[in-house]
Design a binder for this molecule. Structure first.
Ligand code: ATP
Ligand code: MG
Length: 153
């Protein structure tokens, strides 16, 4: 479907409002003006955002912050999800999109999780002809960038 990008992101963020409040985490959307509509499978891309946001919320400490940035870069829509959590160790970084891979620290946690969230996110984004990448520095935070093609169907 043709989707209003900002509205779509707002709706998805709203799903986490209560959880964020409880953890005293600031979650906000920063969107460029005049973003185009984008042709996507709402259910699937919603799931991608949910996977990224639930990770961010799980790993960020109390009082942390999470941003979703939306912008257009040429023929792509960029969606960035960033947090100021613990970051990802550089030795884990190449594997986080692999099925069932969980970082060492996460494995030792009681926080559940199967290690499928990012593998699913990558599969859905790639099915749309897009890409997903990550930049993270241990102790500083994590930033995921999704790029979706803006060709309308
Ligand atoms: P699931 O998503 O299946 O509940 P999971 O969250 O452990 O389990 P993924 O979402 O695939 O699995 O993430 C893989 C690993 O990447 C996590 O175990 C964690 O170590 C690391 N990770 C992902 N997102 C973040 C983040 N925002 N901050 C720190 N580490 C992260
Ligand atoms: Mg996850």
């Amino acid at each position: 479907q043709e989707v209003n990008t900002v509205k779509f992101a707002q709706e998805t963020l709203a799903l986490f409002e209560a959880e964020a409040k409880e953890k005293d985490v600031e979650m906000s959307l920063r969107a460029e003006n005049n973003l185009p509509f984008v042709y996507l499978d709402k259910g699937r891309i919603r799931q991608v955002l949910i996977n990224l946001l639930s990770n961010a919320l799980r790993y960020v400490p109390r009082g942390g912050r999470i941003f979703v940035d939306l912008k257009r870069e040429e023929n792509q829509l960029l969606i960035k999800v960033s947090d100021n959590g613990p970051g990802i160790e550089s030795e884990d970084l190449p594997y986080i999109f692999d099925r069932f891979y969980r970082g060492d620290k996460s494995r030792n946690r009681m926080s559940g999780g199967t290690g499928l969230g990012l593998a699913i996110a990558k599969g859905f984004v790639e099915a749309h002809g897009g890409t997903i990448g990550v930049e993270s520095h241990a102790g500083k935070g994590t930033e995921f960038t999704i790029r979706l093609p803006l060709t309308t169907g």
